[in-house]
Design a protein around this ligand. Structure first.
Ligand SMILES: C[S@@+](CC[C@H](N)C(=O)[O-])C[C@H]1O[C@@H](n2cnc3c(N)ncnc32)[C@H](O)[C@@H]1O
Length: 220
């Protein structure tokens, strides 16, 4: 069976986007200097504005992990916190296509980024599977059409725990929760990690030492 992720259209778009993202090193460091450790819910919009042209994507190997996990889980409803230009979303949507169809609901504070992501997804031939919601995740993800099979947390790390708590009632049994950048932003991720690592809260987790650190949890 062919894999959508290996089709010409998604591969071409991903190659272009990863190449562009690789050029942004100094801008990314400046952003981390300015907001590292300080982005709480009230500063999220300010930080998103400052990052309006910065990709901050998942690494290619993390993208492939997202494809593999979404395929393995057979997820039909995938929710993503932090669209940016749509690199991770392309991986998720390709897997949903190969699962037989469904929906990826992703959310982005920066309107221009959300528009660019929509264009990138359309060019990758995946636009029909993705609902890009512009605005604050705590508002845009309040309304979901079913139970979540896979949740990707890839916005500001300080918001992972409150957002997980908000979405928890919508997680299917056996849902996968993937949190990115948990080593790079260890302090900012601490509350989230302590929560999913406590078996009393209903998760089994494992760290995945890829790129800036991934934490993978399954909802019991
Ligand atoms: C690390 S980037 C996402 C990268 C993307 N997942 C990828 O792999 O290409 C984080 C994004 O989350 C967005 N963001 C931060 N806080 C948000 C919020 N409260 N609601 C929606 N988006 C938010 C930022 O604007 C930023 O573009």
């Amino acid at each position: 069976m062919p894999a959508t992720l290996l089709d010409d259209a998604p591969r071409t778009v991903l190659s272009r986007l990863f190449t562009a993202a690789a050029q942004e090193g100094p801008a990314l460091l400046a952003l981390r200097d300015r907001f590292g450790g300080e982005v709480d819910a009230s500063l999220a919009a300010v930080a998103a504005d400052a990052a309006a042209e910065i990709y901050m994507p998942v690494a290619p190997e993390v993208g492939r992990l997202l494809y593999l996990l979404t395929r393995t889980r057979g997820a039909r409803l995938v929710v993503e916190f932090g669209t940016s230009f749509g690199i991770s979303t392309i991986h998720l949507a390709a897997a949903v296509r190969d699962n037989g169809g469904g929906q990826v609901i992703t959310t982005e504070l920066a309107a221009a980024k959300a528009a660019a992501a929509r264009a990138n997804l359309a060019e990758a031939g995946l636009g029909d599977l993705v609902d890009v919601r512009v605005g604050d995740a705590f508002e845009t993800l309040g309304d979901l059409p079913g139970q979540i099979g896979l949740l990707l947390l890839d916005g500001w790390n300080q918001l992972y725990l409150p957002l997980l708590r908000m979405l928890e009632p919508r997680l299917a049994s056996g849902a996968l929760v993937v949190a990115d950048d948990v080593t790079l932003f260890a302090e900012e991720s601490r509350g989230y990690l302590e929560y999913v690592h406590d078996p009393a809260n209903g998760y089994v987790h494992t760290p995945v030492p890829l790129d800036d650190g991934v934490d993978l949890a399954v909802r019991l």
